[in-house]
Write a protein that binds this ligand. Structure first.
Ligand code: CA
Length: 312
């Protein structure tokens, strides 16, 4: 028993030492680590998770970035609509943000459908955009959207698998919207996310897209392009969304985050594949991610610092 208590005391001492280190790190906050030159605008993905289960979509991200100096705005575009409609809404908000702050450009960071949405704005108004960062972005379509829109070639997947995927997706939508009944399936949004429609969109807005599965051009029309994504559909069994993402991941047959393939996410300089699923990428649900991997919020902080270092 003595040995047990002695080990316990040592463990507690280690925990307190670690807490002291964390506390020390906090004390160094507001040193400007995330103090980008231009305001950061966070743009949410499909199905209106601007507020997910009553909390921020980018869970803990705005405060973490603001803490060390960034000016952060959270855009609110249509919960589910076409990329072009969402893009026009975002463009108007960007102009408002520029007017409010007096800044000449913004740093756009978009998740999921937010990826194509911010690419649209950078495509039509590159002079207003310092950088475009796509996280788990649906830049070359989503197989899940293909299935839901019934455009997957017959026989390419078992019907059971497709049905299960659709059901899991619906469960995820309900979870995210906090509703007890499923909202109308937003076909315009889903259409935008199908592979065929995305490829058509890409012909109009090819900036930063790689031809293969690596990095694309980083600097196009004065705009810097970056991306990262998750490639681990199931990461935390305490997170009720992991089951759905795990089921959805089965339809891909390649590395994916449960909703988007790794290759589809690529844009500009590829910053990494992480042990995250599609919701971990925005630190959901409420911070439940792979605890043995990098904290999703840390990636946002590091990226803000990257933008700062690049003078953006
Ligand atoms: Ca999660």
């Amino acid at each position: 028993m003595t040995c047990f208590f002695s080990a316990l005391v040592r463990r507690l001492a280690w925990v307190f030492a670690a807490l002291a280190l964390v506390s020390g790190a906090s004390a160094q906050a507001a040193t400007g680590y995330t103090q980008t030159r231009y305001p950061v605008v966070l743009v949410h993905g499909l199905f209106g998770f601007d507020s997910f289960l009553g909390v921020d979509y980018f869970y803990g991200v705005p405060s973490a970035l603001r803490q060390d100096g960034a000016r952060v705005f959270v855009a609110q575009v249509s919960a589910a609509n076409s990329t072009e409609v969402r893009g026009e809404q975002l463009l108007a908000q960007v102009k408002n943000i520029l007017a409010i702050t007096g800044a000449s450009k913004v740093n756009l960071i978009g998740h999921s459908h937010g990826g194509p949405t911010i690419r649209y704005v950078a495509g039509v108004a590159p002079q207003l955009v310092a950088s475009v960062t796509s996280i788990g972005g649906v830049n070359k379509g989503s197989r899940v959207a293909d299935i839901l829109r019934g455009v997957v070639p017959p026989g390419s997947l078992s019907e059971t698998l497709a049905n299960n995927a659709a059901k899991a997706f619906v469960a995820l939508i309900n979870l995210g919207s906090g509703g007890t009944s499923l909202p109308q399936m937003p076909t315009a949004a889903l259409d935008s996310l199908t592979t065929s429609r995305t490829l058509a969109f890409n012909q109009r807005f090819p900036q930063g897209l790689p031809t293969g599965c690596g990095s694309g051009a980083e600097l196009v029309n004065g705009v810097r392009y970056y991306s990262w994504t998750g490639t681990q559909p199931v990461t935390n069994l305490l997170d009720v969304s992991d089951g759905a993402l795990g089921v959805l991941s089965l339809v891909f047959g390649e590395a994916n985050d449960g909703l988007v393939s790794a290759c589809s996410s690529r844009l500009g300089t590829h910053l990494g594949d992480y042990r995250q699923n599609h919701l971990d990428e925005v630190n959901q649900v409420v911070g439940l991610h792979d605890w043995f991997s990098v904290d999703p919020v840390t990636l946002y902080r590091q990226h803000a610092n990257r933008l700062k270092q690049a003078g953006l």
